[in-house]
Design a protein around this ligand. Structure first.
Ligand code: FAS
Ligand code: PHB
Length: 390
């Protein structure tokens, strides 16, 4: 089989790029390790930057997102006995974010690929990129006991943190930067009305908490837990009781609880792999970078990778201009590191570190009191949260 671009990974990054390229007549195939049901069962991001939403519309996948997604012009931070609001719309120059789950994004992208006959292979085993430094790279995979070869011009590694693509870059070329945080997030999804119209981030002496949502009938909540905790350690009742302890009294009093329909613990890490390209291989999304979800940058960081790769591939195929491909890694990393910084800053400001000292407690309080006493500080937060320009 021969395609122009072979994409490894059928998550949001791989699907969005394949859809955008297909609409411009560029032939792609997506090779996904798992079944569609498995991919769609994952509960992950919930907040979309306006740049990501714009790309979804350009990919002709934005109709349900715009119909069902909720525009949020701000969010609140509960800290040190007060509840302060961050006015994203005012301090970002009129932008906002869209609350719409990654699961729905992925579903919309799969349906769009089906509608226009996009090639997506599920249950692709042992996907392996070959001849990355040649001008005729190829990818092999196994399906139904057969080995299949896909010849292509370019390979995009959109296969997430545990994928094969990043590991295909020689260790003497690849540089990895990582910071692992000494806690995780226990997340619960429940068919309950959200406790608040906007998200509430909570800094509390017992630990961080977050009140989010997927719709007006589907709530998403998180509490910071020690890395040693296991999800089976947490009954629903224990989760709701702990969340209430961390919420301001008036918020806790109106919290509607219910059975969890999903419950999981995600570890927190900051991670960047450089370079994001090697020969004819280009990394995108979680395959190249991971952020702690405190700044809602995870899925959104993938958006700029896709935007840059999409335009670079267009320039190559339509004008024979390879400057975008040659400059992709540097350009993507410049924006990725800003998302890394913001996610690290939000995480350091709002979490309870097990090895903290009192001086750091005071620094956290000062960070927040400075934030809410300075328009410049709120502009910094807002412009990062709604999404820096691509
Ligand atoms: P993905 O990991 O989504 O997709 C990669 C795909 O490649 C997967 O479908 C995988 O099955 C496939 N794959 C892997 N190896 C392969 C191989 N060898 N061959 C073929 N296919 C292969 N972000 C936020 O903004 N907010 C959040 O609250 C948030 N919560 C998260 C919670 C968890 C538990 C995790 C893991 C991530 C969370 N994220 C969050 C980040 C997340 O949303 C990612 O940024 C997003 O999934 C990135 O999308 P992709 O780059 O497509 O990677
Ligand atoms: C979510 O709704 O899952 C969510 C929202 C904002 C974050 C992290 C997670 O910062």
């Amino acid at each position: 089989m021969k395609v122009q671009v072979c994409i490894i990974g059928g998550g949001p990054s791989g699907l969005l790029l394949s859809q955008l390229l297909h609409l411009k007549g560029i032939d792609t195939i997506v090779l996904e390790k798992y079944s569609r049901e498995h991919v769609l069962a994952r509960i992950r991001a919930g907040v979309l930057e306006h740049g990501f939403a714009k790309l979804m519309r350009e990919a002709e996948c934005g109709e349900r997102m715009d119909r069902e997604g909720e525009i949020h012009d701000g969010f609140e931070i509960a800290h040190d006995g007060v509840l302060d609001r961050v006015d994203l719309h005012k301090y970002s120059g009129g932008n906002s974010v869209l609350v719409y789950g990654q699961t729905e994004i992925t579903r919309d992208l799969y349906e769009a690929r089906d509608r226009i006959g996009g090639k997506v292979v599920h249950n692709a085993e042992d996907v392996t990129p070959h001849d990355l430094k040649s001008d005729k790279p190829y990818v092999t995979y196994r399906a139904n006991g057969e080995t299949v070869r896909v010849d292509c011009d370019y390979i995009v590694g959109a296969d997430g943190f545990h994928g094969v693509s990043r590991k295909s870059i020689p260790s003497d070329v690849l540089r990895e930067y990582e910071k692992v945080y000494p806690f995780g997030w226990l997340g619960v999804l429940s068919r309950t009305k959200p406790v608040n119209p906007e998200l509430i981030y909570v800094k509390h002496e017992r630990g961080f908490a977050l009140c989010s949502m997927r719709s007006q009938v589907l709530s998403r909540y998180y509490v910071q837990v020690p890395l040693t905790d296991k999800v089976e350690d947490w009954s629903d009742d224990a989760f709701w009781a702990e969340l209430k302890r961390r919420l301001p009294t008036e918020v806790a009093g109106r919290l509607i609880t219910g059975p969890s329909i999903e419950k999981s613990i995600a570890p927190l890490r900051s991670f960047v792999a450089e370079p994001m390209s090697y020969g004819r291989l280009f990394l995108a999304g979680d395959a190249a970078h991971i952020v702690p979800p405190t700044g809602a940058r995870g899925l959104n960081s993938a958006a700029s990778d896709i935007y840059y790769l999409y335009h670079a591939m267009l320039a190559h195929y339509q004008k024979g201009d390879d400057s975008g491909l040659e400059g992709y890694s540097a350009k993507a990393l410049a924006r990725i590191w800003k998302a890394q910084r913001f996610s690290w800053w939000m995480t350091m400001m709002l979490h309870r570190f097990p090895d903290r000292i009192e001086y750091e407690d005071r620094l956290q309080q000062t960070e927040l009191s400075y934030l809410f006493s300075s328009e410049a500080a709120q502009r910094m937060l807002a412009e990062n949260y709604v999404g820096l320009p691509f």
